[in-house]
Design a protein around this ligand. Structure first.
Ligand code: FAD
Length: 278
């Protein structure tokens, strides 16, 4: 496959202000230069609303680009999920990133779904093959999992329930990804597992996110980032080196595509893709 054809996808979160909507519009136009296979939009993450997700998905589809809506089931009923799926279908959405999601601490789980696998099975039962279903994968193990083996089994069950492909939580250790893919394959998982890539543009933001989602920042990366303090140019130059080299390793090792967590910014993702010749 030539470099031009190596598939990439990009992820956004729904902006909360009119200025954010305008800015994301500009960011999208810049990222469309990469010819992304699809753009995905998060759902409920960080207190964002479902309306924000659907509005951003509509904007992307109106720009003639394939959009994937994330959808999470924690606290949801089957009736509301059915209604949301009907809305997404009527909008022309063909791809879903199907998640359990997280509730802010202090909330009980509630709802009629316990795990993402329940939602995958529900979507397949209700809508057949209308949607391409993506699920989340955790090469460094989901923070609430009983063990790495149990998490891998849960992942295989999620794919067994009808998922077409997976996107991973971000990581900076390629070996964790390759081992995860190998072990999933041994469990019979044939769905492509696409690495999620988090560009490094800000040190504090990365530390905050990684603590919350259980992604490991290797000591050598953390110490270097800390040593740069407020020197944004050095953080970005170092981040570009580290993440481009990770992407090279993943591509050389057979990763089927790359999915970028853009954080609604274009510069870092564009710089990495330029370095990779994409
Ligand atoms: P699940 O696959 O249900 O797993 C959750 C936990 O339950 C894991 O520890 C798993 O090991 C365990 N488990 C699963 N099945 C079983 C079982 N049968 N028995 C026992 N244990 C089981 N969050 C948002 O709120 N909005 C988003 O848009 C969003 N997008 C994301 C996109 C990607 C690519 C990724 C990787 C994560 C995203 N998240 C998002 C975060 C995600 O919602 C959280 O990580 C959440 O805690 C788990 O969701 P899941 O779908 O992976 O859950």
């Amino acid at each position: 496959m030539s470099d031009q054809q190596f598939p990439v996808s990009v992820e956004f979160f729904p902006p909360k202000t009119p200025e954010g909507v305008t800015k994301l519009h500009t960011v999208r136009q810049q990222l469309y230069a990469l010819k992304p296979e699809f753009c995905s939009v998060t759902y409920g993450a960080g207190g964002s609303t479902q309306e924000g997700t659907f509005a951003t998905v509509r904007d992307i589809l109106a720009e003639g680009v394939d959009a994937a809506s994330h959808i999470s089931c924690i606290g949801a009923t089957k009736a509301t999920m059915r209604a949301n799926l009907a809305t997404l279908k009527s909008m022309g959405v063909k791809r879903l990133v199907t998640l359990r999601g997280d509730l802010p601490s202090g909330y009980g789980l509630g709802g009629e779904f316990q795990y993402a696998s329940d939602l995958v099975a529900f979507i397949r039962a209700e809508t057949g093959d209308d949607f391409h279903i993506e699920v989340a994968a955790y090469p460094e193990t989901h923070p609430q999992a009983k063990s790495p083996a149990a998490d891998l089994q849960a992942f295989a069950a999620k794919v067994g329930a009808g998922a077409d492909s997976a996107i991973t939580q971000y990581f900076y250790n390629a070996d964790a990804y390759f081992r995860f893919v190998e072990e999933a394959d041994a469990l019979g998982v044939r769905a492509p597992i696409v690495p999620g890539i988090m560009p490094i543009a800000s040190s504090t933001q990365l530390m905050r996110f990684s603590d919350a989602c259980g992604a490991e920042i290797p000591r050598w990366i953390r110490l270097r980032l800390q040593s740069y303090g407020d020197d944004t140019a050095s953080i970005r130059a170092f981040g570009l080196d580290v993440v481009s080299s990770l992407c090279e390793q993943l591509r050389a090792g057979g990763a089927p595509a790359l999915h970028f967590y853009t954080m609604n910014q274009s510069a870092a993702t564009l710089a990495i893709c330029e370095r990779l010749g994409l």
